[in-house]
Design a binder for this molecule. Structure first.
Ligand code: SF4
Ligand code: SF4
Length: 380
């Protein structure tokens, strides 16, 4: 069996030339760009543009990383397409606010269609067999994924595997959470999605990562690294090891291995570049436990939903914009203006499926995910 390949490259800043050199070195160490794409092909670059935020917020893939790979592809006479489908915002608005649109204009590359998509059937899927995929995927011969190194409240981390969720069309993303409310099953579907899309190469922007209340309300933290891989599971496992979280706590890694997407087992990965030990940050703020344990005390099972981790609104930060209400995928709205629009929205935790879409889209960092005191004691 061929081993997966991961290149770890130190990169201390977003200077365009430094980032370009780091990405080029990473790709060369795992076989060179010609291993992944050929002259004349159309390649879709899929950055993480979960929301339209400026680069310094560390929410989105940095424009310098985007520019680095654009240059490499153009030098190799590859036709470059790009795009993403943010959770709340139009694709074009998200790309403009994150600085990627300007880079695309500079190099005259093509914006893929992330507004519309089509349903596909994927019989080989182990858990999910149908997806609504954006048209951009069908316009191109292959995908290069450009994830951002960040925390995530549902999946713990968001990296190479999760980045492809942006290839699901618009509001269908939120509806997936309703169809698949269980976090572990959601990760199985993500792995199936990756097995369908099969991106050829993954380049993670970990120069300034996000810790804490990610993926859009956390804090930027310097990790000074670009990680390049042909295997999204191996890449995400490398990210896990850097921030001292057991890769097996990430359900997408576990099912990624089980469903043949890749491997998190160190012996099955060839590492290149800088030693991982140089990047380990044990203080990186991330939840270091599996997705959601069950209380061992059966008597509490009926009220587990009340005890479990849940989104909470900080009324001092909330500007009552209503975006969280709009984005809540539950029909009856688990978050809503139950006390009128002059007050912050509040939650019905019995309706809430813990998808954390509200926390992801809140533009004012007003939603945190917290475990109630009793839930902590009971390990819910
Ligand atoms: S919690 Fe955030 S998204 Fe919801 S109304 Fe308040 S500011 Fe808007
Ligand atoms: S309230 Fe938030 S976490 Fe709960 S279902 Fe709605 S969007 Fe998801």
């Amino acid at each position: 069996m061929n081993k997966s390949k991961v290149a770890i490259i130190r990169c201390m800043d977003y200077d365009t030339e430094n980032v370009y050199v780091a990405i080029k070195k990473g790709i060369e160490l795992i076989g060179g760009i010609k291993q992944f794409c050929s002259e004349g092909e159309k390649i879709l670059l899929k950055p993480n543009v979960i929301a339209g935020k400026p680069p310094e917020k560390a929410v989105t893939t940095h424009p310098a990383v985007f520019e680095g790979i654009v240059k490499i592809l153009l030098e190799n006479k590859i036709n470059v397409y790009y795009g993403d489908s943010p959770g709340y915002d139009s694709p074009i608005s998200g790309l403009k606010k994150s600085g990627l649109f300007d880079i695309a204009q500079k190099y005259n590359i093509t914006l893929g269609d992330f507004d519309k998509g089509r349903n596909i059937v994927f019989q080989e899927g182990k858990f999910a067999k149908e997806f609504n995929i954006v048209n951009a995927v069908f316009e191109c011969d292959g995908i290069i994924s450009l994830p951002k190194m960040k925390t995530h409240q549902l999946a713990r981390i968001t990296g190479a595997i999760k980045n492809q969720f942006g290839c699901i069309c618009g509001f269908n993303k939120a509806l997936y959470h309703v169809k698949i409310p269980n976090g572990e099953n959601f990760c199985k579907a993500l792995v199936d999605l990756n097995n369908y899309l099969k991106p050829r190469l993954f380049i993670m922007d970990g120069i300034i990562a996000m810790e804490g209340n990610g993926p859009s309300s956390g804090d930027p933290i310097r990790m000074n690294v670009i990680i390049v891989s042909n295997d999204p599971v191996a890449l995400d496992a490398t990210f896990c090891r850097m921030v001292d979280i057991n890769p097996e706590y990430i359900a997408a890694n576990v099912y990624g291995k089980e469903y043949g997407l890749g491997t998190y087992v160190t012996d099955q990965i060839d590492f290149f570049g800088d030693p991982i030990e140089n990047f380990i940050n044990k203080k990186f703020k991330v939840i270091r436990k599996p997705i959601r344990g069950k209380t061992t005390l059966k008597v509490f099972r009926p009220i587990e939903k009340i005890l479990a981790r849940r989104p909470v609104i900080n009324s001092k930060l909330c500007l009552k914009c209503g975006i969280c209400v709009e984005e809540c995928p539950v029909d009856k709205k688990a978050v809503n203006f139950r006390n009128g629009k002059n007050n912050p929205p509040n939650f019905d935790y019995n309706l809430c499926i813990r998808c954390y879409c509200c926390q992801e889209v809140c533009p004012h960092k007003a939603i945190n995910v917290k475990t109630p005191f009793l839930g902590k004691i009971l390990g819910v």
